[in-house]
Ligand binder design. Sequence first.
Ligand SMILES: NC(=O)c1ccc[n+]([C@@H]2O[C@H](COP(=O)([O-])OP(=O)(O)OC[C@H]3O[C@@H](n4cnc5c(N)ncnc54)[C@H](O)[C@@H]3O)[C@@H](O)[C@H]2O)c1
Length: 273
Amino acid sequence: MGTFDGKVVLITGGAYGIGRGTALEFAREGAKVAIADVDKSAGEAVVSEIQNNGSKGILIRADVSKASECERVVAETIKSFGAINILFNNVGIQSPDSYHNVENTSEELWDRILNVNLKSYFLMSKFAIPYIRKEGGGVVINTASVQGIQSQPLVPAYAASKGGILSLTRQMSLDYATENIRILAVCPGAIDTKMVRDIAETEDGNTDDVVKRYGSTHPLGRIGQPVDIANVVLFLASDKASFMTGEHICIDGGYNALGAWASAAGASMIEEN
Ligand SMILES: NC(=O)c1ccc[n+]([C@@H]2O[C@H](COP(=O)([O-])OP(=O)(O)OC[C@H]3O[C@@H](n4cnc5c(N)ncnc54)[C@H](O)[C@@H]3O)[C@@H](O)[C@H]2O)c1
């Protein structure tokens, strides 16, 4: 018996990284998993992995920054599985060429990041919630970031999208609480995914070493893995979290616990110990 036997989970951006890791964990716990992603071959590979493990999965190739595509994703999920119980809005982009201050951020770049990272969360929720309601309730989980709470230089659009997700999560939780539709968010620290490796590749040195260095900035001394996020997403989607809504959880190896005043000397003390 799996925790999610008979449940249908719809995941955006499930072909790689956190979405992929979460899709595999939900499937392992008995859920039927629909993945919406632009990348057909990577998405199909995840679906094969799910099916080889004896679970049910489908890929819906779609660009979820567009309303018509989100509507189609929901319709195809219903056509294949007949219901939606859990929506995991996870898609997100932060490409290596997107690091600019506001003056140097083009309108096109701003729109692209906001449309994928924030508008798709609104659109997917808009089209999926009527079906979640039909099941007597369910859960929407949004992937924000530690960058929704604190920030770093040169990411105005990404930062705005992640702050927007946290605000949208709180807001939506109020509109749907009486219908037993819980709305929650996760805030990952640095996680070892394609997104992070694409950025690491642009830095000097061996990519594995750069990724290790990103990891060493976390008090726990390592980079996170997709399964670290998946474990918390599954908990939030389960009945064990039935009194939680409108909340976000940081899964960040202690990132947010480390104050901005903590010196480089303080960071090296962590390594020494
Ligand atoms: N990796 C990290 O360190 C980290 C940290 C904090 C937050 N996050 C957030 O976690 C989420 C997942 O990130 P990840 O690191 O797994 O990224 P990733 O790049 O590894 O995976 C993102 C997936 O989204 C898909 N995608 C991109 N644009 C799409 C679109 N328009 N329509 C449909 N699919 C699309 C990609 O094909 C890919 O499968 C994002 O929201 C990201 O902002 C990641």
